[in-house]
Design a protein around this ligand. Structure first.
Ligand SMILES: [Zn+2]
Length: 225
């Protein structure tokens, strides 16, 4: 416990020092990845629409109890990381959160971005450190555009952000999200602090974008939803 507290305090100090460099942040290596709904194992949820290369570049997750029953359910960070985007992109995206993860694979540090879209609420801010299983938002409907669901992506290419059109929609740039989670449930060297790039996205250019972050302060998790 003391060790964990020390690690947390060290991270705060390191993060403060790193603020001098807007292109970098420190974060903890992921100790594994879980599903973004029904964490850790997606209990009570299913994929309503899967990943298709050059088509649907993520997975749509919905409650198993039927359409709309998952509205405002919690959405969780799939792993330790730092929030790189948390804002309302309007149009087809709605509220979006992107989290940058560093993780060990075959003895090397690798990186991935997880993206959570159409959210009803955003509970984190850009630059914030998040932990695996921490609630970051709630399932939404992209400002009444769709039936409620979570659109979930995992990016290999860290330049994508929310601009799909700049990069080939294939497995060189994207992971199949649930395959990524299933292949990385438990990872070595978890919680060690490492550096990740920040502010490297090409941002959309349509009018009014990027919208100012629409952040809802985190509420007591015991609150009824
Ligand atoms: Zn989708």
């Amino acid at each position: 416990m003391r060790k964990k507290l020390f690690a947390a305090a060290a991270l705060v100090i390191l993060a403060a020092l790193a603020q001098a460099d807007p292109q970098a942040a420190l974060t903890r290596l992921a100790d594994g990845f879980d599903f973004p709904v029904g964490t850790p194992n997606a209990d009570g949820y299913r994929i309503s629409r899967g990943f298709t290369p050059h088509g649907h570049l993520g997975e749509d997750w919905v409650g198993q109890r039927g359409s709309g029953t998952d509205f405002r359910d919690p959405v969780y960070a799939i792993g330790n990381g730092v929030v790189t985007l948390a804002r309302d992109f309007r149009r087809s995206w709605g509220n979006v959160i992107v989290i940058r993860h560093a993780f060990m694979e075959l003895g090397q540090v690798k990186y991935a971005d997880s993206l959570y879209a159409h959210l009803d609420r955003i509970l984190v801010r850009e630059g914030q450190q998040v932990a695996r299983g921490q609630q970051v938002g709630t399932i939404g409907n992209a400002h009444d555009l769709y039936a409620p669901h979570l659109h979930f992506e995992v990016h290999k290419n860290l330049a994508i952000g929310v601009v799909h059109t700049m990069f080939a929609g294939d497995l060189t740039n994207y992971y199949v999200p649930s395959d990524f989670v299933n292949a990385h449930r438990t990872l070595p060297s978890g919680n060690r602090v490492t550096t990740v790039a920040m502010n490297n996205y090409v941002m959309p250019t349509f009018a009014g974008i990027p919208a100012l972050p629409s952040i809802t302060p985190a509420r007591d998790s015991s609150e009824k939803r």
